[in-house]
Ligand binder design. Structure first.
Ligand code: BEZ
Ligand code: FE
Length: 287
């Protein structure tokens, strides 16, 4: 292993990992080496550019904390998260499509009864969210767990404001697989862009925005857990989501309603919006 040059070095490095005991680790190591070397051959970085790259990755790591995962943001903004999602969620026909999880889910979200308001006292247009959870054969999934979370009317999540948990909750579908709750209309927002990923977006001439959406995570025994969002039609960022998460089947629209008796029988004195969607879960394959 001497006198390696531009041509011979790749095979030598591949050979060095060829005794890796775990076959998957060996496969991943070899693919990483082949693609990294091909990348370097294509780009031909100067020494200064190589140093910049190392410094960029170092800063991505240094930006990470309990509440910030800059590497996932990097994966999201390079389309890697959605590619991994697509590979891992090849769903049967009719099942609701998936999209990115995002960094704003919290484990200690409140468990709320059906019909509860996730945003008591929050400013914004009242939003009634309802729908059903079924399997691909159309059978209702009674008792499915529905987690929902979204930004406030200015595009901030509660955890970004550092206040009490708001605009998030965990609900249990009724015996017909139905769920409903109140909140306020969210807004499009920029992903955290005060770090190296934000600098990368700026250098690439890209904006940091995600279109208006409500996150859902829906789980039920015997079913694949669904992680998805609902997007709102005509949002200015639907065709340029910075994390490439929009799918046509997830784009829906609010129904505008006048004051009066709401779908849950309550009386509402101001105009409000209704977001209604039927989710379809795929059953886990039997082993
Ligand atoms: C979100 O929708 O919450 C999100 C997803 C990916 C990156 C940042 C935010
Ligand atoms: Fe989000």
């Amino acid at each position: 292993m001497r006198d390696l040059d531009e041509q011979s070095i790749t095979n030598e490095v591949l050979g060095a990992v060829s005794r890796t005991a775990d076959p998957r680790v060996q496969q991943v190591s070899k693919a990483l080496i082949r693609y990294l070397h091909a990348f370097i051959r294509e780009v031909e970085p100067t020494q200064a550019e190589w140093e910049f790259g190392i410094d960029f990755l170092t800063r991505v790591g240094q930006m990470c904390s309990d509440v910030r995962q800059e590497f996932i943001l990097l994966s999201d903004t390079l389309g890697v998260s959605m590619l991994v999602d697509a590979i891992n969620h090849r769903k049967p026909e009719g099942a609701t499509e998936t999209t990115v999880f995002g960094p704003f889910f919290v484990e200690n979200r409140p468990a709320l009864p059906l019909g509860a308001n996730m945003a008591p006292g929050a400013p914004g247009t009242p939003l009634f969210v309802s729908g059903s959870v079924r399997d691909v054969k159309g059978m209702p999934i009674a008792g499915a767990t529905i987690d929902a979370w979204h930004s406030d009317e200015e595009g901030f999540y509660d955890v970004q404001r550092g206040e009490e948990l708001q605009m998030r909750g965990r609900f249990q579908a009724d015996d017909d697989g139905r769920f409903w709750f109140w909140s306020v209309r969210p807004k499009y927002y920029p992903i955290p862009h005060d770090g190296p990923v934000g600098q990368m977006l700026q250098a690439q001439g890209r904006h940091p925005f995600r279109p208006e959406h409500v996150h859902f995570m829906i789980a039920a025994e015997g079913c694949e857990t669904l992680v998805t969002h609902l997007f709102i039609d005509k949002d200015p960022y639907l065709d340029s989501d910075v994390v490439f998460g929009v799918k046509n089947s997830l784009v829906t629209d609010y129904a505008e309603r006048s004051p009066g008796v709401a779908p849950d029988g309550s009386q509402i004195e101001v105009p409000y919006l209704v977001l209604d969607y039927d989710f379809v879960l795929s059953r886990k394959a039997k082993r």
